[in-house]
Design a protein around this ligand. Structure first.
Ligand SMILES: Nc1ncnc2c1ncn2[C@@H]1O[C@H](COP(=O)(O)OP(=O)(O)OP(=O)(O)O)[C@@H](O)[C@H]1O
Length: 680
């Protein structure tokens, strides 16, 4: 039976139709898509948790971005808001001004297929149809991954393949939940699907997968390998790996018919044939530079679902914000990319008049915004991964630390706006080290800097870079700096710096890994410092053990400015942190943080104080639940719990200081050793 031989459902505004595997209701402008028990098409990972997709409610909602669907899981009561392209991935739902089209992308699994297609009637506001008769699309894409890929404009060509060819699309993310996805999305079953002619298996962030070593026979890599091998045994199956640097293990793809790796990292891989023995194409989808703009004729051929935004253009322009480009972008950020594309001539200049001549938008639709605002919008959209997004921590979320904030503002203002005045021969200093006890806001402050200066934030935890294999750790460091340069201007934040930058020549360093790491780190930092064009990468390091750091890192030009973030010494400071940590809670009228702070010991770190607020919420919630049990009343899901002063007092008793006085002393003293500039 043709899997796609399913009926087209069209519904009236208030109609109700029962399809073979889903019930779709439309009432009061709300669409309820309730997938019945036949449709066990695995689960959808919403990012908010896994829930069976059989019970979903979707309601249309208008926003400035156009029509959105709000999909609500009745199981978890968690709501996720999906863009139209993500919806397409999940449900094959396209939204337009006047109607929603729902492609039954989950209907291809044989077990769900009813024997008897029963077309359903009604007027045309919602239609359910397959993309075409032979297309089999299974879209199981994590919304975050989707957004990430979508932003980086990498998936569009692949989407196009899915749309245009007979294809079968499964996505696996190397970064997270692979076993989860494999467990819940029955990859094995896809293999049996007879209608699968081409298989596209974008394996995102493959670099994050544990590499398959000769000895290892299990693990996620192995699972993926098995899936790929099985898929590859199908006639005409092609496997596309979408990844960071191609570190796909040879074993993973050796049986595949073809593997195409797409990388965004700007350093060339060595001989690909050493990695796979197959015909191997490497397509570099880097941000295009001026000379390679012709490539975007290619982009124009593909369907850019949600990418009709300046972000696409910015990607094409390699982040080069010249005057002409800024002029266009500030005036035309609403213009679809195709129209902007027409306006770029062979030598890469953008002509605003051509944009207007080719654009369907009238001048009245052109919104002028300031360059700064345009940059902000565009850069926000450009951030290509969760780890390099501009964070959302404002100065006011960081209580106290006024002196540190002031120093940071001055330093960053100089680095960002005055750096060009400093002769390049003097080097551009860009490193700051935060040190202090655990939980004193080092990460928070670094994020606030990135937010306030509109910089992407790339956070690296020292131990993540360590690898037991010779040369791998250094490669990770090169990788990190390359990523940072790719998303500059950015803050490159090294958390737990002491784990990778301990003083060289120490005993116990097996194989001299840390020595080599420090040397590599120093080399990369120096390359930034002496970058003639100004690197646009701002380094912030954080450590609890500054005394362990290699002195070479603290030299001028590297992490030469040091900020001590200590624990709050006065009740006023403590109260400010309590206030900042409880902004998301509903507080009782009796709450008095100043009075509470006066009762607290002065050895509590900001994290301890934040913990008092979190614990007080638990205490308050516990009381509400207890009351509900006693009165045998039910607890309403939307019942808000307010935190009272008593709850805070109770929580304060429960929370103990996490740092001892001697620890505090040793951290501070340690930092004085060899320090050229310590600000506290
Ligand atoms: N100045 C502050 N204002 C408000 N909240 C703070 C402040 N400092 C810390 N916090 C709270 O403490 C938590 C932990 O802070 P953060 O992760 O920045 O500490 P850290 O110094 O990086 O810790 P570690 O050294 O263990 O990595 C934050 O999530 C926040 O809730």
């Amino acid at each position: 039976m043709n899997l796609w031989d399913c009926p087209v459902i069209t519904l009236g505004e208030n109609g109700k139709a029962i399809e073979r595997n889903c019930i779709i209701e439309a009432t009061d402008g709300c669409w309820h898509i309730n997938v019945t028990d036949k449709a066990e098409f695995g689960t959808i990972n919403t990012g908010a948790g896994m829930f069976p997709s059989r019970w979903l409610r979707a309601t249309t909602q208008c926003s400035e971005k156009g029509r959105w669907l709000k999909v609500n899981s009745c199981m978890t009561e968690k709501v996720m808001q999906l863009s139209s392209s993500t919806l397409w991935s999940y449900f094959g739902i396209y939204t337009t001004e006047s109607h929603i089209e729902l492609d039954v992308s989950f209907a291809h699994l044989p077990s769900y297929l009813p024997c008897d297609p029963a077309p359903v009637q009604c007027a045309s506001t919602l239609s359910v149809r397959p993309i075409n008769n032979s297309t089999t699309v299974l879209a199981l894409l994590h919304p975050d991954i989707h957004q990430m890929i979508e932003r980086a404009l990498k998936l569009n060509p692949i989407s196009a393949v899915v749309l245009e060819g007979s294809s079968f699309w499964v996505s696996i993310d190397g970064m997270s939940s692979i076993p989860l996805i494999i467990d819940h999305c029955p990859v094995e079953r896809f293999v049996d699907t007879q209608s699968c002619e081409i298989c596209i298996l974008p394996v995102t962030s493959i670099a994050k997968l544990p590499p398959l070593r000769a000895q290892s026979g299990t693990g996620t890599s192995e699972e993926i390998k098995n899936c790929m091998v099985k898929l590859a045994q199908q006639d005409g199956v092609h496997i596309f790996g979408l990844s960071g640097p191609i570190r796909i293990s040879k074993a993973i793809v050796q049986d595949a018919c073809a593997a195409i790796g797409i990388s965004t990292l700007p350093f060339p891989i060595e001989d690909p044939t050493k990695i796979v023995s197959l015909p191997f194409h490497v397509i570099w989808v880097l941000t295009l530079n001026r000379t390679s703009r012709h490539a975007y004729s290619l982009l124009r051929k593909v369907s850019l679902y949600e990418s009709k935004s300046p972000c696409a253009v910015m990607v094409l322009y390699d982040g080069v914000f010249d005057d002409s480009f800024m002029k266009v972008i500030t005036r035309t950020w609403k213009v679809p990319i195709e129209d902007l594309a027409c306006a770029v001539d062979a030598d890469g200049t953008v002509c605003f008049d051509t944009v207007m001549a080719n654009s369907a938008l009238s001048l009245s639709n052109i919104e002028s915004i300031s360059p700064a605002a345009a940059m902000k919008k565009v850069r926000k959209q450009m951030s290509c991964s969760e780890s390099s997004r501009i964070p959302q921590v404002l100065w006011e979320n960081v209580a106290g630390l006024d002196f540190a904030k002031k120093t940071l503002i001055e330093t960053f203002q100089t680095c960002l706006f005055e750096n060009h005045r400093i002769p390049s021969q003097l080097g551009r200093r860009c490193g700051i080290l935060f040190f202090g006890p655990p939980g004193t806001g080092k990460t928070l402050l670094a994020k606030a800097v990135a937010t306030e200066f509109n910089l992407s934030f790339l956070s690296i935890k020292g131990p993540e870079l360590l690898d037991v294999y010779v040369g791998e750790s250094e490669a990770h460091i090169r990788d990190v700096f390359a990523r940072a340069k790719a998303c500059r201007p950015c803050v490159l934040f090294f958390d737990e710096l002491d784990s990778i930058a301990v003083a060289r020549g120490k005993d116990g360093d097996a194989g001299g890994i840390t020595d080599r790491l420090v040397s590599q780190l120093v080399t990369e930092i120096d390359a930034l410092t002496w970058d003639e064009n100004g690197s646009g990468v701002f380094l912030i390091g954080a450590t609890n053990r500054p005394d362990l750091l290699d002195p070479s890192l603290l030299r001028p030009g590297r992490f030469d400015k040091r900020l001590y973030l200590g624990i709050p010494q006065t009740s006023m400071e403590q109260a400010a942190i309590l206030r900042a940590s409880s902004t998301s809670y509903l507080l009782g009228v009796d709450v008095d943080f100043d009075a509470l702070a006066k009762t607290l010991p002065k050895t509590l770190s900001p994290a301890d104080l934040a913990s008092i607020c979190h614990t007080s919420m638990k205490v308050a919630l516990g009381k509400v639940v207890k009351r509900a049990r006693e009165t045998k009343s039910s607890l309403l899901a939307d019942q808000t719990v307010s935190v009272g002063f008593d709850d805070l007092i109770e929580a304060a008793i429960l929370v103990r200081p996490s740092i001892s006085a001697t620890q505090l002393d040793s951290i501070y003293k340690g930092a004085q050793l060899g320090a050229s500039e310590v600000i506290n």
